[in-house]
Design a protein around this ligand. Structure first.
Ligand code: ADP
Length: 404
């Protein structure tokens, strides 16, 4: 079985083609700067050479056409015909309260995704475009939507409700949705497989630390709380997002800086986080380097970020009533031993003790970085596309169950 996975951003398209029997990636592509006259197209065909070009790619439609055509052309010949593609899985960020799991795409599903555009304008719009483009290009192939919010639909009421009048929840659906669900789900499944223990029996805390970052408390395979909220702005200090702040600050800044609603939204999403604190960069590599050189503001940015992650770990151990394993994933979680060691400092009272040698070892891939005597602290590289492919395969087996 071969499954194509798409991940559409506002001006980008990432695809991976999986052979589900072997789990191998047959091809992968990235198209950046869609809408630009000189979009960057990069395709990697496994066991064959890379292919890069710049081309005018004015829409997601065009980008997909280009990628799909390349999969079968003589030069690349990953597939002998498009009929080899059994299904397409689409990563969709927002599934609202409608989607509690992946869904086989039909008219109703598309309408629901469209309605949710107002909650995730930068993400759901492009995803819907990707779905429609694939329907046109591969008309007989089943399309499946896999939602980032779906994993968090198991949050209990007391975790997803905000303390504002209940009518606002009823009228506007203001509640915690949570994000990065595909990643939290994937690493929790891998953790249980690596530990050789059933997911149902595990209490896990997963830390997805990338440019966007979130922590999740997972009990018996179900998300019971997560740091992102109604939007991906809540929670940890991030690359450019402010995370948790006193809501009164928003009105205060708007008044002092004469900002409009749109301007303040842009400010909180793009100018804050470690970028705002450090005044240097949103990239943790730059911040770590400058901190080593003695930049006070780089040190402050790192301290605030690390403190935030620790704060959530502490809270989640409390609500989980214990912890069996702590998991790090995404750009920073997978690649920064410094950040991991600082987060895990003084957690021995929870039975969590990092092994400095294992943590700083120059290794990639899945690994345990805790001392023998400690509960496992793990690094598990996330693979959101593979999780989308697995969910897609699952839906094809039971399509009716998929639309809650
Ligand atoms: P996103 O998908 O949210 O854009 P990623 O998961 O790709 O983010 O993570 C990007 C972040 O990871 C960047 O801030 C980057 O600096 C950080 N990162 C990647 N490698 C390292 C490293 N070796 N040391 C420190 N930070 C790193």
């Amino acid at each position: 079985m071969k499954i194509l996975v798409t991940n559409c951003g506002s001006s980008s398209l990432k695809c991976k083609l999986f052979d589900m029997e072997s789990g191998k990636v047959l091809a992968k592509s990235v198209v950046n700067k869609i809408g630009n006259k000189a979009a960057e197209v990069k395709l990697i065909f496994w066991e064959k050479e890379e292919f890069s070009e710049t081309a005018a790619v004015e829409s997601h439609d065009k980008a997909l056409k280009l990628v799909i055509k390349r999969l079968t052309d003589k030069e690349c010949s990953v597939l002998s015909s498009l009929e080899e593609i059994d299904a397409v899985g689409h990563r969709v960020v927002h599934g609202g309260t409608i989607f509690k799991g992946p869904a086989l795409v039909n008219k109703r599903v598309k309408r629901a995704i469209e309605k949710l555009i107002k909650l995730a304008p930068l993400h759901n719009g492009p995803a819907l475009k990707g779905i429609k483009a694939c329907e046109k290009l591969l008309p007989d192939v089943p399309q499946v939507a896999v939602f980032d919010t779906a994993f968090h639909q198991t949050l209990p009421r007391h975790a997803y409700l905000y303390s504002i009048p209940y009518e606002f929840y009823e009228k506007y659906k203001i509640r915690k949705f949570g994000f990065h669900g595909i990643s939290h789900k994937y690493v929790s499944i891998r953790a249980s497989e690596l530990l050789g223990k059933p997911l149902k029996k595990l209490k896990l805390i997963t830390c997805h630390l990338g440019n966007g970052a979130s922590v999740c408390a997972i009990k018996g395979g179900k998300s019971i709380d997560t740091s992102m909220g109604f939007t991906p702005l809540e929670g940890l200090t991030m690359g450019t997002r402010c995370g948790d702040i006193d809501p009164a600050i928003v009105a205060f800044i708007m008044e002092k800086e004469q900002m409009t609603v749109d301007e303040v939204g842009d400010f909180l999403n793009r100018k804050c986080g470690v970028l705002g604190l450090s005044g240097i960069s949103n990239d943790f590599r730059d911040i770590e380097r400058e901190a080593f050189k003695g930049s006070k503001r780089a040190v402050i940015a790192l301290e605030v970020f690390i403190y935030d992650v620790k704060r959530y770990i502490g809270a989640y151990v409390g609500i989980l009533n214990g912890i069996d394993a702590l998991i790090f994933t995404a750009g920073l979680g997978e690649n920064s031993p410094l950040v991991r060691s600082q987060i895990c400092k003084n957690l021995s009272y929870l039975g969590l003790e990092i092994d400095p040698h294992k943590n700083f070892e120059l290794r990639e891939g899945e690994r345990i970085i805790s001392k023998e005597s400690s509960k496992p602290i793990m690094v598990i590289p996330t693979d959101e596309e593979y999780m989308v492919a697995l969910d897609t395969k699952q839906v094809l087996k039971q399509p009716v169950r998929s639309f809650a």
